[in-house]
Structures are given as C-alpha cells and as structure tokens.
Design a binder for this molecule. Structure first.
Ligand code: NAD
Length: 490
C-alpha cells in the first residue's frame, strides 16, 4: 500500500534521505481542483544545494564506474513499480496539478516510454570504431558529464522530470532535481521509486525551492550540466547564467503554437483534433494549440470547432487552472479581446460545471476570432484553454504569420493534400510539426524540442539528442604495429 503524501512540510531528498530544510522559508502548495493547501514546500538555499551536490559527487564516482549494462537494470524495476502504482501516481499528479485523471495517466505512460528508452541505452549509446588510416583505429567511448541538474515546470510534474532523469543517470551522472514549487509532490515520488528500484543513494536528489535555488544551481561549480523546462523568460536566464559558468545547458522555453486549417481539411477530424489540442490539460501545456490560421473558405470548420468546444464543461471535461493568478492572467485576455477589433465568440467562463469546489479555478474553452497577428492574444503565450483565430487569404500568408512569431515549439497543418502538407512542413519555422495532429509530440527515439525562442542551447531534451547532452565522448586513436608505408596520420 502506497501512502499519499500529506506532509505539512515537504522534505528535500539528499543522499537517499529525507532532509528537512533549514532555510526557514517555505510556500504553501495548493490543489488547483479544490483550492485546499495540501503541503508546504521549503525554499532551499545554497547551503542545502551544497549538501546535495556533495552527496551526489561522492555517489557518482562509484555509479559511473559501473558498466552501462549494470546501471540500466534500475529501469526495469522502475518501469514495473510505476506501472503497478499507476493509480496512486495519477492521484498525486491530479491532486497537485489539477489535470483530468486521464491526462495524468497519459503523462505517466509517456514517462514510462522515457524509462524504457533509457533501459535500451546499451543498445543505442554504444561507441563507434573505424579504421581511419591504414592500421590506425579511431573509436569513441561515452562518459558521464558528472553531477547534473534538472529544473522543471508545474504542468507535467512527473513526466517532464522523467524526460531527463533516466537518460542522465543511465549515462552515469548523478542528478539533482529542482521541481516546480507549485507541484513538488511528484518529485518525492520519483525519488522513492528510484530508491525502491535499487538506485544507489545520492544519484538522485530533490532540492525544492524557487528562484534562489535555481540561481544557486546555475552558479554551482560542482554541477556540469542543466536541463531546464519552463517559460522562455526563465529559460533564457538559466541558459545565460548556466553557460556563463561553463555548464552545458539545454533550456526549453514557452510556446505559441499555430495550427493551420486549409479548406480541404476533413472538417470532423480537424475540429475534434483542434479542440483537443486547445483544451487538453486546460491549455497548460507547451504543445497546446494557441492560434488557428484559418485559410480561405474554412468557416464551416471554424463553426464546428466552436460547436465542439462550446459543448465542453470545465470541471467535467476540462481540468483546473493552476492558480488564481494564472486564471486572472488568462481571463484578462478575454476581457481585452475586443480591443483592436477581435471578437470573443466563445467565453469559457460560461462553461463551468455547477458542482466544482469553490476554491478551484475553472475555465471552459475560449475562442477569440478575427484577430490580427499583432493582437496581444495572437502574440502572447496565454497558457489556458483559449484559441485565437486569424483569418488568412492564402497558405503562404499563414506560413508568414507563423514564421514571424518568436516562438517555434510546435505547428501543425490540417489538410487532405499531401502536397500542401509537404509544402507547409518544409517552410514552417518550428521544431515539432504536425500533419493532421494538433499535439505533434515526437516519441522516442525522436527528440522533443522546439526552435527559436522555445529553446536555448541547441539540442533537444529527449530521444537521441539527450544521449549526447548527458554524456561526453572520448575519441581514442590507436595503432598496434609498425607499418612500412606510413603517412602523416599514422
Ligand atoms: P516557469 O518558467 O515559471 O518555471 C519553471 C521553473 O523555473 C520552475 O522550477 C520555477 O521554480 C523556476 N523559476 C520560475 N521563475 C524563476 C526565476 N525568476 N528565476 C529562476 N527560476 C525561476 O514555468 P511554469 O509556469 O512552471 O511552466 C509553464 C511554462 O513552461 C510555459 O511557458 C510552458 O510553455 C513551458 N513549458 C515548456 C515545455 C517545453 O518543452 N518547451 C514543456 C512544459 C512547459
């Protein structure tokens, strides 16, 4: 029987132990579905980070010395525990984040894929060998980068840490996780599961906190690499501050995802898919559709989108908004929607179930139509169940609008023409592109990551790209015998 965390004050996890933080600063953790305070999360300081890094540094030496095949054994056990505890994990995620239970389930299953992928590291991360000159071999071997850190957002408290943790520790690193202070419960579960899976103490730590601890991570000389996932503003800061002290940083930022609908799109499939992309996780995911570029005669599809979205009820079909200030931010866009000539054609404040708990924050699907590209609802990451529609005369105009937006996480087109799809996918400036798919998440071995202001540091956070990020290669050139005909290389 697994206990649900109800601790008043959450611990940090350092050296395999629950360690209470001595900083004296903490914040309440609020359940978005009900508004009740479910825990208190400590705001750790640099001294606490020192303890975690010291424990990690010590443990990492022995861990890195083990063969890769030994290290990945942890993931077989881990997968079994996660699957056996699926219901419990769904409960924890739903409680701290406010997602629908099915959405929490999906996020756990996606995390399981990352665990499976890390279990296959011996097969996919082997080195190369080649005779590069007569009698001369060059081979590569992979090595851990050392003690590494991950800083994660509120919206996927179990899945996003597990985008990074299995790959990083599988490759021989020790990992310090700084989860979102808004959703810190899942991190403690991850620590427990890894311990029960046989991971040596110190290889995975959790250090809770806010900006202070993030800055301490960026500055810490004992940390070699940082994986960050969160808003663009913080991603850029973490990238700049972390690289300034010589660390590798892969920082994924925010998004403003554009979906293009052309008149030959299948109306039913398109409308269902667009709505799911907008309202899934109450729009609080970096892959959510945010702008619809409706090309030409596509009113019939827009009407169907409005009809389907309008039939959904928050609290029944759509989960909660993370907190009051996020709710205020999102509804502010609705209040100001009609400035500069746009029209609010669906107001989700009218679509909330009668029986939602008073303290929760709920919002149904919202549509702002007839917006111009420079309207704030077309430009900003709203991060709620809202869709801004911009009408376009041609596909080229739609592509131009998409490419002019500073983000580049995801984009998609709905069409029944292969040629149109190919034209769009080749021209659009985004890292993850969908054809008739509104949430085009690349699954392993493909890597998750955007372009432009949605990503800093060049690489992606999962898939094959993560192998390179969490390891360094050694190139070994050898010759074993004299040769009569040698050249400059031998
Ligand atoms: P956030 O940027 O506010 O927080 C992310 C992390 O940074 C948290 O751990 C937080 O404690 C820390 N942080 C916050 N403010 C900080 C500051 N001033 N200095 C240092 N650290 C700080 O993001 P969020 O609100 O938790 O999550 C939502 C954002 O994350 C959205 O922008 C969303 O698009 C983005 N996101 C991106 C991806 C992706 O893969 N690109 C995935 C999930 C979420």
């Amino acid at each position: 029987m697994v206990e649900t965390i109800t601790a008043e004050m959450l611990p940090n996890v350092i050296g395999g132990e629950h360690v209470m933080c001595s900083s004296g600063r903490s914040l309440p953790v609020t359940a978005p579905l009900t508004g009740e305070i479910i825990a208190e999360v400590p705001m750790s300081d640099a001294a606490t980070l020192d303890l975690a890094v010291a424990a990690a540094t010590e443990a990492q030496k022995e861990w890195a010395a083990r063969p890769l095949k030994d290290r990945v054994q942890v993931f077989y056990k881990m997968k079994t525990i996660v699957e056996d505890e699926l219901d419990h994990l769904i409960e924890v995620i739903t409680r701290e984040n406010g997602k629908m239970r099915d959405e929490s389930k999906g996020s756990v299953l996606r995390a399981v894929e990352c665990i499976e992928y890390a279990a296959s590291l011996p097969q996919i991360a082997s080195g190369r060998i080649q005779e590069v000159s007569k009698g001369v071999d060059c081979r590569t071997s992979r090595h851990p980068v050392g003690v590494v850190a991950g800083i994660t957002p509120f919206n996927f408290p179990f899945m996003v840490p597990l985008w990074m943790v299995p790959m990083a520790i599988g490759l021989g690193n020790a990992f310090v996780l700084k989860p979102s202070e808004q959703t810190p419960l899942s991190a403690i579960e991850i620590a427990r599961i890894l311990k029960e899976s046989g991971l040596p103490d110190g290889i995975f730590s959790v250090v809770n906190g806010d900006r202070e601890i993030v800055e301490a991570i960026c500055d810490h000389p004992g940390i070699s690499a940082i994986g960050f996932v969160g808003s663009t503003r913080v991603a850029r800061t973490v990238y700049e501050r972390g690289t300034a002290t010589g660390k590798r940083v892969c920082a994924l930022g925010g998004a403003k995802n554009h979906l293009v609908v052309v008149p030959d799109a299948d109306p039913e499939m398109t409308a269902t898919n667009v709505v799911a992309s907008v309202v899934g996780c109450a729009g609080q995911r970096c892959m959510a559709a945010s702008v619809l570029l409706a090309v030409g005669e596509s009113d019939h599809i827009v009407d169907l989108i409005r009809e389907k979205m309008g039939a959904l009820v928050a609290g029944r079909d759509i989960g909660a908004i993370i907190n009051e200030s996020a709710y205020e931010r999102i509804t502010g866009y609705l209040d100001r929607a009609e400035e500069n000539g746009a029209t609010l054609i669906l107001d989700g404040r009218d679509a909330v179930a009668d029986d939602v708990p008073e303290g929760g924050r709920y919002l149904g699907g919202c549509i702002i139509d007839q917006a111009q590209p420079d309207h704030e609802a077309s430009r900003d990451e709203i991060f709620g169940p809202t869709l801004t529609i911009i009408r376009c005369e041609s596909l080229d105009e739609a592509i131009e609008i998409e490419n002019a937006n500073p983000y580049g996480n995801a984009a998609a087109i709905y069409t029944s023409s292969g040629g149109t799809a190919q034209y769009f996918t080749s021209k659009v400036s985004a890292g993850m592109v969908g054809v008739n798919i509104g949430v085009p998440v690349p699954r392993e071995p493909f890597a998750f990551g955007g372009w432009n202001d949605s990503s800093f540091g060049g690489g992606d956070i999962t898939g094959d790209s993560a192998i390179d990020f969490w390891s360094k290669t050694k190139k070994i050139t050898s010759k074993w015998s004299d040769q009569d005909k040698s050249n400059w290389m031998s």
